[in-house]
Design a protein around this ligand. Sequence first.
Ligand SMILES: Nc1nc2c(ncn2[C@@H]2O[C@H](COP(=O)(O)OP(=O)(O)OP(=O)(O)O)[C@@H](O)[C@H]2O)c(=O)[nH]1
Ligand SMILES: [Mg+2]
Length: 315
Amino acid sequence: MKKGQIVKLTGGLYSILDAETKVLLQARASGILRHQKLDENSSFNKQLTKRTKLDIKTVQISPKVGDFVLYDDTDINHSIKTVLERQNELTRPDVANVDQVLILTSVKNPNFSFNLLDQFLILIEQAHIKPVLIVSKIDLISEVELATLKDILTYYERIGYDVHYVNSKQKIGFDTLEDLFTDKLSVLAGQTGAGKSTFLNALMPELGIKTQEISMALGRGKHTTRHTELYFYGGGMIADTPGFSKLELSIFDPNELKDYFVEFKHYESACKFGTSCSHTHEPECAIKDNPNILLTRYQNYIKYYEEIKNKKERY
Ligand SMILES: Nc1nc2c(ncn2[C@@H]2O[C@H](COP(=O)(O)OP(=O)(O)OP(=O)(O)O)[C@@H](O)[C@H]2O)c(=O)[nH]1
Ligand SMILES: [Mg+2]
């Protein structure tokens, strides 16, 4: 049995990078994978509740891009026999063992959205992955508009996120990205049309990845990227993933939400009710009306909090 990492998945066929030889080969998932036996501490158990854990001793695991697997190199099909434990995983996009997610947000077409940005940050924080902000299409707004946006985004830098500004068409802003990818599996995420594929083409012109102009010419329109694939760049790997128009937060307890607003933890101890403060209505809350917290961040927090609470009440 040999070890490898899945770098591409199309129509049931996997491309695996052999861990030792670094050779790419085609593989298929073996039948036994569909019912892999899990021990209690397996990372695959995370999504299961206590009850289903007792009920289900075997579980269906679909190998995904980024997964480390053991495959049979004596078999012509290179059958994948085991999916190894995941360090983390995303479901939309479907990638495992991710080191960082680059959130691409265009300043125009589609317009910059703090709402979408904050939702992305929550999803990535929840998956325990490092987010990096890439503001794209900076050539589409005036210098004054860009300066205003940059000014607001220094807030995100202060709370710990790196922010980069790019124009992928003229390859501007890429000099600061050089070491970003080394030894990492990076995922590009963002709305459809944010410029993810164009960004990758600027890094690796030889790839000629399909972007929206090309798909428009083919009469396809939206969602140009349809499958997830890892590309090798700068000593690491980058996944171009299909974008989407709407995100869905998968948080079931509204009290969990505050954990993903990373800056809140610096002030929380000053709340009268400490860590049990929901920051919504309590007296002497150190988050609400805190001048150091960006107002749109707090407003989005309240908005998502209500959404999660209402959803919970419906069940
Ligand atoms: N002016 C300008 N246009 C850009 C830039 N980056 C991307 N675009 C354009 O934006 C459109 C969408 O770009 P894509 O790279 O296909 O977007 P995507 O995020 O990969 O979209 P999906 O694959 O559908 O998720 C294309 O028409 C690009 O030419 C940029 O830096 N400046
Ligand atoms: Mg794309």
